[in-house]
Design a protein around this ligand. Sequence first.
Ligand code: FES
Length: 155
Amino acid sequence: MTRRGFFYRIWKWLAVIAGLEIAGISIAFIFTGKRKEQKSDQLKVLARIEDIPPGTVFPYRIGQLYLVRLKNGGFMALSLKCTHLGCSIRWYDDSQKFICPCHASEFDMRGNVNKPPAPRALDIYKVVVEDGLIKVDLGKRIKRTKFEKSQVTFA
Ligand code: FES
């Protein structure tokens, strides 16, 4: 092998190693960057605990949900889409129920069906309470048939 051929091979291998390192760093950056971005984008701070008294319901139209604090102090995030055909439900404070304007389905404060045609309870979002803040994971709407105690988050 000539001296020139020897150096050519060394440069070739160095270029391959550098290429692999750049590819590895790029892949790691893409995946970790994307995960962090999803996490921060999906988990939204909606309120401070002390701003939501027990027994109240607040609409968050941007998130397409209602933040509910049950009378026992637990939090739920209910989708505002009716489970019949997807119309936006409305909360009526005086009667303490959600009513759908399209076909008059009614739901209680926990999202259970009080009056059909809605076939099942309102969808929910996961609620996280951290550092005195109520956060909701907007990334995943959870379907359910009826209310269960495990769906409530306590501070
Ligand atoms: S869409 Fe709500 S009752 Fe039909």
